[in-house]
Ligand binder design. Structure first.
Ligand SMILES: [Mg+2]
Length: 254
């Protein structure tokens, strides 16, 4: 049994337990359908949003937005919409805010757990495994997501980038998670969809790792030919790659 020593399981949230990218893509489409931009199709506006994101979202820390972003998702979300409109020659603060608000509302409405998630969380809870959540993103958005999905009560601790002021892959995040359960690193399993943010730092901390990889794991800001993240050449492999969260249960002997 691969994970026989594991005594606690930590999960990433977005695109590990729930389909955040799918919710974001649906919300973008619906936002530009509800607020049509004259002369541009919904698809064209979504591509403009993606192009703006690839510049703006790439380095929030260097651009001075990071502190605000940690507290709340609204300022960067609206700035992202302002930059999108700027690309099509529109400067309109009211429309900018309407687009940002609509996008946030619909994204939350469309957010759902993956079909395999609840069953796995229920089994682990029933078997007495402590579970934690380690998630990057603004404090208010990440709390809202956990509440919308109804999964807060499964996890202690819930470690959110926005609340800590730093996030994965910084080693301190994993040190905090480990300290919460007085366990050795090899007794802790990290389950996540991002090699760079979830898996590599957990391997470097001495944790066990399960990399969940789904074909849908492509962000809305990606270019049209983008593929899901691959294991970088020369990087250490996770203990296991999975397609479905249920695959971890037999590895734990459950
Ligand atoms: Mg994720």
């Amino acid at each position: 049994m691969m994970f026989q020593d594991v005594r606690a399981v930590y999960f990433d949230l977005d695109d590990t337990l729930c389909g955040y990218w799918d919710a974001a893509k649906a919300a973008l489409r619906e936002t530009f359908e509800l607020h049509p931009i004259p002369g541009y199709t919904t698809d064209e506006m979504t591509l403009h949003w993606a192009a703006a994101f690839r510049v703006f979202g790439a380095d929030l820390k260097a651009s001075g937005w990071y502190e605000q972003y940690c507290r709340t998702g609204e300022p960067t979300r609206n700035e992202q919409m302002r930059l999108t409109l700027e690309r099509v020659g529109i400067a309109d603060a009211t429309l900018t805010k309407a687009l940002g608000d609509t996008y946030a509302r619909i994204r939350d409405e469309r957010l759902t757990l993956f079909p395999d998630a609840l069953e796995v969380l229920d089994v682990l809870r029933e078997k007495g495994y402590p579970m934690g959540l380690i998630t990057n993103g603004p404090a208010d958005i990440q709390r809202q997501e956990a509440q919308t999905l109804g999964i807060e009560s499964y996890f202690n601790p819930i470690l959110i980038e926005g609340e800590m002021g730093f996030g994965k892959p910084i080693p301190e995040v994993f040190a905090r998670a480990l300290a919460a359960h007085s366990l050795e690193p090899h007794q802790t399993l990290m389950v996540g969809n991002s090699y760079k943010h979830d898996i590599l730092p957990a391997i470097e901390a001495g944790w066990r790792t399960a990399w969940i990889r789904k074909p849908s794991d492509i962000p809305p800001s990606a270019t049209g030919d983008a593929k899901p993240e691959e294991l970088p050449a020369g990087s250490p492999a996770p203990d296991v790659e999975i397609r479905d969260l249920k695959e971890i249960l037999p590895l734990l002997g459950l």
